[in-house]
Write a new protein. Structure first.
Length: 473
């Protein structure tokens, strides 16, 4: 009996100690949505059906001018997960994992793991395939970091199943778990139940609205493609050809013409599919946030929601990402940090995804590592007007084919976003010779770079851009 009493007392003390440890450390829930431009209710899109993300935004800081560092999956994710820019990592395309080039680099979750956190992941965090998944980042093996074309990964219907690229859209009368993101949500919720008694960093990556635009039928029913506003396909006047692409990512699908204009009815279907996929993903995020609340973790967990890059939905005559324009580089970013965000709401200060690494370490009371490219956004969380930088820097490669073979890179475009302008210059990748210059005001309809009245502005922005690029290499 005496032994039993002692054991029970020890167990109680252990539980109290674990609870105290948990109370003393903030958890992190890091949610990445693939290919999501800010078509969200909290960003003012009245067509969107995103009640769960909107509720998250209502209690946090919404960054209206957040930008990725390269508008394609692998380099963008490698960048914000390591806190370095693509040039620093030498990762510009889709084929090269960052770890072989940087065996000693400490990723964001790895840094938390090294500081007493249990780190876990569900879904797409780094780029596929598995060579990119980086086991060093995680305390437990990552779940559903899948590749290939298994059931529900991309398609459900028999005519599409097992194919990498069939139709660009699909709607099926299935439960949420019929498609991969429903499974990701389930896996993440299970991880939460296993993590709830210890400080954790949980990364959850949802694959939609990445092409193909697939979702259970009930999410399609929320939208009428005929009533969604059609994109402005106008190409900016005087813009150089190197700034554009031929929508190759979309044209690989069987119902999309290999060249030329996308038929109007197909555009409406694509828009409906994109919004349906966003709504589907929002529902999965809602389940995850509900689980966080059911475990009593909401008040002690920092929740970050972001996308790896934006997306052209036909704007400027293009589909998908892979440009230096606003549609591809601007991303949604929401940070809900209990006890830090003095007053929830929006901020218009310029922000980059590389800022997340120092921000989260600072919020959790960890020393901010040296060598990071970004700056902590904690001042912006406490004061929406407290800018920490006056620019955002993005870049992209050309030709488009170099995305799958970086040895073919011929040109690099660096794009500087300031409070008023987007300034982009394209350079020969080998000789660094200037190829083209772009300057747009907020309207972005005309390339102003060659206008005499903009000569001093171009010179000043070029100096700033070259300084930043030189510092970040």
């Amino acid at each position: 009996m005496r032994f039993l009493i002692c054991w029970m007392l020890a167990a109680c003390l252990f539980n109290e100690s674990a609870a105290a440890q948990q109370a003393g450390k903030k958890n992190v829930l890091f949610i990445i949505v693939d290919d999501l431009k800010p078509v969200l209710g909290c960003y003012g899109d009245t067509n969107a059906r995103t009640p769960n993300i909107d509720r998250l935004a209502a209690n946090g800081r919404v960054f209206d001018r957040a930008y990725c560092q390269e508008a394609v999956c692998a380099p963008s994710r490698a960048s914000f997960m390591t806190g370095r820019r693509p040039d620093q990592l030498k990762i510009w395309g889709l084929s090269q994992p960052f770890r072989p080039l940087h065996p000693t680099i400490i990723t964001l979750p790895q840094y938390f793991k090294n500081n007493g956190y249990t780190t876990a992941a569900a879904g797409k965090i780094y780029h596929d395939p598995p060579a990119h998944h980086d086991p060093a980042s995680w305390s437990w093996p990552a779940l559903l970091g899948v590749t290939g074309n298994g059931p529900g990964t991309k398609y459900v219907l028999t005519e599409n199943a097992g194919r990498s690229k069939a139709a660009a859209t699909e709607r099926a009368a299935v439960e949420d778990t019929g498609y991969i993101d429903g499974k990701v949500a389930e896996a993440a919720i299970d991880l939460l139940s296993r993590l709830k008694d210890k400080p954790f960093f949980l990364a959850v990556g949802f694959r939609r609205p990445h092409l193909p635009f697939t979702a259970p039928d009930r999410y399609w029913q929320q939208f009428d493609g005929r009533s969604l506003p059609l994109p402005d396909t106008t190409v900016p006047r005087n813009a150089p050809a190197i700034a554009f692409h031929q929508s190759q990512e979309l044209r690989g699908y069987t119902d999309i013409p290999e060249q030329g204009a996308i038929p109007g009815e197909k555009v409406k279907e694509l828009l409906q599919g994109y919004y349906a996929a966003v709504s589907y993903t929002d529902a999965q995020i809602g389940k995850l946030l509900a689980a966080l609340d059911s475990h009593g973790l909401t008040s002690n967990t920092i929740v970050v929601l972001l996308s790896d890059h934006g997306f052209h939905l036909g704007e400027q005559g293009m589909w998908a990402k892979a440009t230096n324009f606003e549609n591809a580089t601007r991303v949604p970013l929401i940070i809900n940090a209990p006890g830090t965000v003095a007053k929830a709401g929006h901020t218009s200060v310029l922000t980059e995804l590389v800022d997340l690494y120092p921000t989260l370490t600072a919020l959790c009371g960890l020393p901010v590592p040296n060598g990071l490219a970004g700056k902590s956004l904690v001042p912006v969380l406490t004061n929406a007007r407290a800018a920490v930088k006056n620019y955002a820097l993005s870049q992209f490669i050309r030709p488009y084919a170099a995305l799958s073979d970086e040895s073919r890179i011929a040109a690099m475009g660096y794009s500087l976003r300031t409070g008023r302008y987007r300034f982009t210059e394209w350079y020969d990748f080998k000789t660094q010779a200037l190829i083209a210059t772009e300057l747009y005001n907020d309207e972005g309809t005309v390339n102003l770079a060659a206008e005499p009245l903009q000569a001093k502005n171009v010179a000043d922005l070029r100096t700033q851009l070259k300084k930043l690029v030189g510092e970040k290499k």
